[in-house]
Design a protein around this ligand. Structure first.
Ligand SMILES: *Cc1c(COP(=O)(O)O)cnc(C)c1O
Length: 377
């Protein structure tokens, strides 16, 4: 049987065991315990002193961010279309309406020009958008220099969905810190994991305190159960935080392995006509969570589906890029501003195996299969 190669698996080779046992021994495995604070402190150190609330998922962190920005029934929220559904679903949880915006081809994230056009259009139609959800897809930061200028010009707050971009940066400033709120995800296949989990970050310490309160069912600090607001069961537990603390201690290593994997693919694949990838603009630093490549069908003679099937046959997992949300059946009535850029990326893009423990032999085997598939066309 051929060795199977998954797209992205977690690796636990630090203090995960020790910290988990310590959490169990302390009898604190719920939403109180020292690892929750220590994990928050460690995230805070990595992102330049922003305040942090850890949550039970990245999706819940986005929900809290939008709620804290006052997004509610009837509001409109602009959102990058080329992303995972979790970027947009919390908009609907709050009874608000998403409006999708296309990507540009340099970072694959929200296009500043189309963003500004969409803001002007919505204002003309009678409603100024209440917030903008910007995503740093596959670890590549969005064009925040331009995006922040536009957001400030119209006075619209940004939620930065950096679910995939912990450790990425622009000019040394951490991804997740470019908006009023930022979020990270620690789901099973992200660059670090707590099983499931996330974090909400902001410079606004009152807002982060409020997020912590809302994430434990808005329970008042009182002698008996007292609730004055509707909250959520969204707080991270101490067991998850124990694993998270161990994981983030190794973040730099994880990033350097993933960046190295990407460099290897680049060296082995980019000489082939019709294969291209996404490069870091000046000053941009990507954690290279997943290695992504574009396969031009006309030039290479094969589609990404041909390639995916050829890899599956050899027990190797690859994956399409995110299917743009404006193409999803569930969002068929949502307005979309754009040109075809994310549709092109979806049609040509493929994620290759990127686990930090992928060996050079594994990578050479993957590339060999790609080359063989190309020569058989
Ligand atoms: C993973 C992910 C999320 C959601 O995170 P969960 O922790 O799975 O809820 C949100 N946005 C993007 C872009 C993601 O990749």
């Amino acid at each position: 049987m051929l060795k199977s190669i998954p797209l992205s698996t977690p690796v636990f080779n630090g203090n995960e065991n020790n910290f988990s046992i310590e959490a169990l021994d302390s009898n604190q495995i719920s939403t109180a315990g020292k690892f929750i604070n220590e994990f928050e402190e460690e995230i805070k150190k990595r992102i330049g002193g922003f305040e942090v609330a850890v949550t039970n998922s990245g999706t819940s962190a986005i929900h809290l961010a939008l709620r804290l920005l006052g997004v509610g029934s009837g509001d409109e929220v602009l959102c990058q279309s080329f992303t995972f559904c979790a970027s947009a679903i919390p908009i609907q949880y709050l009874g608000a309406k998403p409006i999708f915006v296309d990507s540009e081809s340099t970072t694959w994230n929200i296009c500043p020009e189309i963003l500004e056009e969409s803001i002007l259009e919505r204002i003309k139609k009678g409603k100024k958008p209440k917030a903008i959800v910007v995503v740093d897809l596959f670890g590549m930061p969005a064009k925040f220099k331009e995006i922040n200028v536009i957001a400030a010009k119209y006075g619209i707050p940004i939620v930065e969905d950096a679910a995939e971009a912990l450790g990425s940066a622009i000019d040394g400033k951490a991804s997740g810190t470019f908006g009023e709120f930022g979020i990270y995800s620690f789901n099973g296949n992200k660059i670090i994991t707590t099983g499931s989990g996330g974090a909400l970050v902001s410079t606004d310490s009152n807002a982060i305190e409020k997020a912590k309160y809302l994430s434990v069912q808005a329970r008042e600090n009182y002698k008996y159960y007292l609730h004055k607001e509707i909250g959520y069961n969204y707080r991270m537990n101490n067991m998850a935080a124990a694993i998270g603390l161990a994981q983030i201690q190794n973040l730099d290593r994880k990033i350097s392995f993933r960046r190295n994997i990407f460099e290897n693919y680049k060296r082995l694949l980019l000489d082939i006509p019709g294969i291209s990838t996404i490069h870091e603009p000046d000053g941009f630093y990507s954690n290279r969570w997943l290695s992504t490549f574009l396969i031009n069908k006309l030039e290479t003679g094969i589609s990404i589906e041909d390639l995916r099937l050829a890899l599956i046959k050899e027990n190797i997992e690859s994956r399409y890029l995110w299917n743009p949300l404006h193409l999803q059946p569930v969002f068929k009535d949502v307005p979309f501003y754009g040109g075809g850029s994310s549709e092109k990326l979806f049609g040509e893009g493929i994620c290759l195996p990127s686990s930090e423990n992928l060996t050079m032999t594994d990578q050479e085997r993957i590339v060999e299969i790609i080359v063989k598939t190309l020569s058989k066309r």
